[in-house]
Design a protein around this ligand. Structure first.
Ligand SMILES: Nc1ncnc2c1ncn2[C@@H]1O[C@H](COP(=O)(O)OP(=O)(O)O)[C@@H](O)[C@H]1O
Ligand SMILES: [Mg+2]
Length: 495
């Protein structure tokens, strides 16, 4: 995460279309990539040793090219091969010995991330395993499953903003309070904060404060000594001790009893605690990330939550938007959830564009969790099948009987590829209103909106916005004049 030198990638490909596709995908997963058309341009290429990897398109004599680059450079980043239609003129062993991995231009998100993760491991940017544990069990190598690390998927503005916040706060020691409805991804955020922090190699210990009976919560959090209460047969470490050096995730903090809130406040203030039944003070080096779906401010008014604790926790609030307020995330989320099912349950399913569109019109009271459950249900009902509107539950599409069958119009392959992932154009497939439309005005509106978004994203830097829109800078300036679009900074200055 972040635009550090560790996320720079160089793409070498004479096939410009394939190179563009790759750049697009890399940018999408937050890497900073540049492309050159030929290995011969590498001579004197600036900052080559800082690259995380070189992604190179298959071309005649590729082994010689790579060997030459390696010979010229003392410290050469690993090579990743992009295959295409042309046959490979090398043996599998040669591929394995020369390249870190092999992908196609239409590679799936998970394959691309896997090979980039290997590059990160190779260059020492990250450790072999994202160490994120999920239970109260003591940390053993076996309990540290990379599966438990989920990146925050989504390309809506809201989700992008949250990712930015994570990036900013993760490296600090700040306490973070994640707010939002159930199933919006609060735990995903907490795990990401841990993962991108200096504490990554230490434990991530979640505890659901609402699910543990209040009389057991103290011992759960701080541990207890033998015989300290009825049933305390042996001494036991609490979650704070287990999280030493790492991060504790206090989930559903809004449900923590007031008596415990006082004790938590003390840990935050004094950075120490005692096990139940012990007077030995234990120093605590644990970062706190808390979350709740409750409105803590009204809880405070009702006397259910301590105001002083609230201010201690609310150093850096992150608000997770409801899924219905960011339906642009749906295509990517669906892809991500299906990929997970493929990896974990060996189950799969595809959706027609019409089905995806129907999902966009649903209110998602259970947010992403509800979507995940639906995808799992669909893989069970339609294993490896294509789900259309009529196959969706009536709760989601109340009038599904009247929807025409769309199964024929999809390119199933396309859904599978990452290039097909940002399927927004498909999603918002315009519907011609019954009374017709002012086409010219409509197109202008779309154009203006996209230009404004591009300028917004690029902080008003016209050259960057033009690049994003794949038009010339002068063309963009012309259009801005024509539509009287101001750069965001000008607007700010004017007001
Ligand atoms: N942005 C996201 N990208 C990928 N998966 C997500 C995202 N948001 C939520 N999920 C998935 O949805 C489910 C619910 O997320 P979780 O973090 O437990 O929600 P919350 O803690 O807010 O109730 C989990 O399976 C999680 O992996
Ligand atoms: Mg949760």
């Amino acid at each position: 995460m972040g635009k550090t030198k560790q996320n720079q990638i160089l793409v070498i490909d004479s096939d410009s279309e394939r190179a563009q596709k790759m750049l697009h995908q890399l940018e999408f997963v937050d890497y900073e990539a540049k492309a050159i058309s030929s290995p011969s341009l590498l001579d004197g290429y600036p900052g080559l040793t800082d690259k995380l990897a070189i992604i190179i398109g298959n071309c005649p004599g590729i082994l010689d090219h790579v060997a030459k680059i390696r010979a010229d450079m003392a410290q050469c980043p690993p090579f990743i091969l992009v295959t295409g239609k042309a046959p490979l003129d090398m043996t599998p062993e040669q591929v394995e010995n020369t390249f870190l991995g092999c992908i196609t231009a239409d590679t799936r998100f998970s394959d691309l991330s896997n090979v980039l993760h290997r590059a990160e491991v190779e260059s020492g940017v990250v450790r072999e395993e994202p160490v994120v544990s999920d239970t109260s069990k003591p940390q053993s190598k076996a309990s540290q499953s990379p599966e438990l690390f989920r990146s925050l998927v989504g390309n809506s503005r809201a989700t992008t903003r949250v990712r930015k916040m994570i990036e900013q706060v993760a490296p600090t020691e700040a306490t973070v309070l994640v707010l939002g409805e159930s199933g919006t991804g609060k735990e995903v955020v907490a795990r990401n904060i841990h993962y991108y922090s200096k504490r990554r190699s230490k434990p991530f210990v979640p505890i659901n404060c609402g699910a543990i009976p209040s009389e057991l919560l103290e011992s759960e959090l701080f541990g207890h000594e033998k015989g300290s209460f009825t049933g305390a047969i042996g001494a036991r470490q609490g979650r704070f001790e287990l999280a030493q050096g790492g991060t504790i995730f206090l989930d559903e903090i809004g449900d923590m009893p007031l008596s415990m809130q006082v004790k938590l406040l003390r840990v935050i203030q004094e950075r120490s605690f005692e096990r139940v039944g012990s007077n030995k003070t234990i120093k605590s080096d644990v970062r706190i990330v808390a979350a709740t779906h409750r409105n803590l401010e009204s809880h405070i008014k009702e006397g259910k939550f301590r105001e002083d604790l609230y201010y201690r926790l609310n150093v850096f609030p992150v608000e997770m938007p409801r899924l219905r307020d960011r339906v642009e995330d749906l295509p990517l989320l669906i892809n991500e959830l299906i990929t997970r099912l493929e990896h974990e349950k060996n189950a799969s399913v595809r959706l027609t564009p019409a089905a995806v569109m129907a999902l966009c019109n649903y209110s998602w009271p259970g947010n992403v969790r509800e979507l995940a459950n639906l995808m799992e249900r669909m893989t069970i009902l339609h294993p490896h099948g294509l789900v259309d509107v009529k196959d969706l539950p009536a709760k989601i599409v109340p009038d599904r009987q009247s929807v025409p069958d769309q199964t024929m119009v999809t390119d199933v392959e396309d859904n599978e590829n990452m290039a097909g992932m940002p399927s927004l154009p498909m999603l918002s497939e315009p519907r011609l209103p019954r009374d017709g439309i002012d086409l010219k005005q409509h197109l202008t509106d779309i154009e203006v909106s996209l230009i404004e978004q591009a300028l917004d994203d690029c902080n008003g830097v016209v050259a960057h916005a033009a690049k994003k829109l794949q038009i010339r800078r002068t063309t963009l300036v012309e259009k801005m004049r024509k539509y009287q679009i101001q750069r965001p900074s000008e607007e700010a200055a004017a007001s």
